[in-house]
Design a binder for this molecule. Structure first.
Ligand SMILES: NC(=O)c1ccc[n+]([C@@H]2O[C@H](COP(=O)([O-])OP(=O)(O)OC[C@H]3O[C@@H](n4cnc5c(N)ncnc54)[C@H](OP(=O)(O)O)[C@@H]3O)[C@@H](O)[C@H]2O)c1
Length: 357
């Protein structure tokens, strides 16, 4: 058993056998590195697990997304000293499954119920134990695939988009706009009347996004005059906010799209390399750079988190097309699944699945 601390709460994922005695599978790693090299599958039939403690719930996990952040967690921070972690470490914080057993005092869940969960370390195993308040019933009519990824992506930029909206009606530009998170941000921008300009890296990617969101301007950085196109689409001025998932050595590009006084929100690192802070000309242009991480979500109040979960559940029920699944792979095929996550032009999120009991 291992103890993992995330944003101030400790959660205990447990590798166990299911009560019917069937073998439970787990994907884990003992060292940081390239996912396909360090991840391994284990199949075990350990001794029966104790019932979940008060306030906890045990669930059989049926489906979980592979987020870019999960792979980054396996890789570790490239330039940072390797942090020690309890081994084997099981990746994954999000997923869906069926409640197996509930601990004392758990009122909103019952055995057999379909549930989604986040943030619960150990999602890439087939059985886990979690605090019941991090486990939510899957809304009626929402299928298993949508339920498996209904929490992280909609919540990632929710507050950032709201902040952008409150900071007085300037244009917002987002990079990697064809990503799963980017498409949710597009839907939120349309709903809130935020003047969003979408930026993608290829002509075909731009075409796909224009078909999906015909009311939002989409520009491809493959066009030589893409900066002019972005400025035109933003009404002839710089952006007030740029939502950037690319980062790395290209950070100067999105920062260069900002109006003086604007804010660069960085929330991903799809690119590579790094950019010196000085080259962003922050001081004379009075720019703000702000990091956003779903890993900080537990620091929100319980009321705010309940609101966020209600928002995500509503979106999953009313707009399931925003939760596109690129492909589903059995847990044992994790290496192929990881390869698919990195495929250029992929649309949607890759899932790792387990057979229903
Ligand atoms: N901060 C957080 O808490 C948080 C939470 C969730 C996700 N994220 C981040 O959000 C980003 C998107 O995640 P996702 O799951 O939505 O991704 P996704 O669905 O896998 O989509 C990835 C997208 O990024 C584009 N892309 C990949 N490499 C690129 C590059 N070097 N330059 C420009 N575009 C590139 C791809 O474009 P093509 O179609 O051209 O291949 C694709 O549209 C990731 O960086 C992820 O780490 C952050």
């Amino acid at each position: 058993m291992m103890l993992i601390i995330i944003a101030g709460v400790s959660i205990t994922p447990i590798i166990n056998n299911y009560r019917d005695g069937s073998v439970m599978r787990t994907i884990a790693h003992d060292q940081h590195g390239e996912a396909r090299q360090v991840l391994h599958l284990s199949e075990k039939q350990p001794p029966p697990a104790p019932a979940p403690a008060a306030g906890q719930v045990r669930a059989r996990v049926l489906s979980r997304p592979i987020h870019p952040g999960d792979l980054a967690g396996v890789r570790g921070l490239p330039d940072a000293p390797q942090r020690r972690f309890a081994t084997p470490r099981i990746p994954g914080l999000e997923g869906m499954g069926v409640v197996d057993t509930i601990g004392a005092g758990v009122r909103h869940l019952r055995p057999g119920q379909r549930v989604a969960f986040f943030p619960v370390p150990g999602a890439w195993s087939e059985l886990l134990t979690a605090p019941a308040d991090l486990v939510v019933p899957v809304p009626e009519g929402v299928d298993d695939e949508t339920a498996a990824l209904m929490l992280v992506n909609p919540l990632t930029l929710l507050r950032a988009v709201e902040d952008a909206q409150h900071s007085q009606a300037g244009p917002v530009v987002q990079t990697a706009a064809g990503s799963s998170v980017g498409r949710l941000a597009s839907a939120a921008a349309l709903e809130h009347g935020i003047p969003l300009v979408n930026l993608v890296r290829s002509g075909p990617g731009a075409q796909t996004l224009r078909q999906r969101f015909p009311d939002l301007p989409t520009v491809s950085t493959a066009d030589a005059d893409w900066r002019t196109q972005v400025r035109d689409a933003a009404g002839g001025r710089g952006a007030q906010v740029v939502l950037d998932a690319v980062g790395g050595s290209l950070t100067g590009e999105p920062a260069g799209l900002l109006d003086d006084g604007g804010t660069l929100i960085t929330y991903g690192q799809l690119g590579s390399g790094s950019t010196p802070l000085e080259s962003l000309v922050l001081t004379p242009r009075a720019l703000t750079v702000r990091g956003v991480s779903i890993g900080r979500w537990m620091s929100r109040t319980p009321e705010e988190r309940a609101e966020d979960v209600a928002f995500a559940s509503r979106l999953a029920a009313t707009a399931p097309e925003l939760f596109e699944v690129a492909a589903s792979y059995d847990l044992a095929d994790f290496a192929k699944a990881v390869g698919h996550v990195r495929r250029p032009g992929k649309s949607g999120t890759v899932l790792l699945t387990s057979p229903a009991p």
